[in-house]
Design a protein around this ligand. Sequence first.
Ligand SMILES: [Zn+2]
Length: 371
Amino acid sequence: MIKSILKSLVYKFHHNSSRKLVIITSDDWGSVRLSSAQGRQALLNKGIISTDNRFDCYDTLESNQDLEYLFEVLMKYKDKNGAHPVLTAVTNVANPNFEKIKHSNFKEFHFEPFTETLNRQPSSNRVFDLYSEGQRLRIFKPESHGREHLNVFWWLNMLSDKNSIAREAFNLNYYYLTNGDWENKDELHLSAAFDLFETKEIEEHKKIVKSSLKLFKELLNYDACYFTPPAQKYHIDLEPTLKSKGIRWVDVPLWQKMPKGRGKYKHRFHYLGQKSTAGLRYLVRNSVFEPNMYGDSDGVDSCLAQIAMAFRNNVPAIISNHRAAFVGGIDPSNREKGLKALDRLLKSILKNWPDAEFITVSDLDSFLDNN
Ligand SMILES: [Zn+2]
């Protein structure tokens, strides 16, 4: 009974359709994580990161080659409409400006547009041109992952202590830490940009949302319509701001933990296409494609099973993915495995469901009725 209720929620869609829609949402584009293989080794040596976290094994700024190889795979396939598979690339449009923050003696936060981060690295200096090329070919469509993938206030708070682990990590341009100062510290990750400890932080989050969507438009020349909060955490009070700046879809888990502050959360159920009180639609992912998450497995078969389940229930397959699957800057074999798996996934989708259609989140509106 409980199982069937849960199932009906997982596969509830505002407007059920027998069309076999496939959306691949891929997070973290544009964001820095590990600066380099040497930087990673230094973090490991200092005990700041471990080998348990796959992002701390592989995730780094995308390179020219990463995108070129990824695009090659996407261009190999076409659906029945002649459309190539397309990544909805959930993008951070800025990164911390480490130099300026240090110059302020760790008192002020400064960011730089991610285009500056890219241009500083010769191996990534054509990435932004490739973003444009990917859009022209309709295989890569950036949407919003906020400004930086970082809780600015928590970080500054930690950095104020010159003996903190945050300072040690800062010297290696790294900030994916747990906020160890507070209760429930396992819940409080600096990467959760819009998680909060005090409710007064919400007003600052609103400013960051506005600044991120303004920068998105300046860089990409269109308004983002889809917002994935980093770590899927944000307070519902941000929704009117998101809506007023052009966002139509917000990415939430089926079982959302909305932060209320001080490590407390309100739990809410969501389903795909559900309308929020602020007039946004909720997007709930129902399939996972993470080729570097399961050891020897490439994650393709489990993803295909989830897609099959979505289609059986007449809802679009919303596939969850991260950039870490396709980047080779830390370990080239990670990219090789990820692209091989993507190739097998796309080939299998078209073989199993010849009427599958590849779309982006921005295309999804047309499949909803107006209620
Ligand atoms: Zn993310």
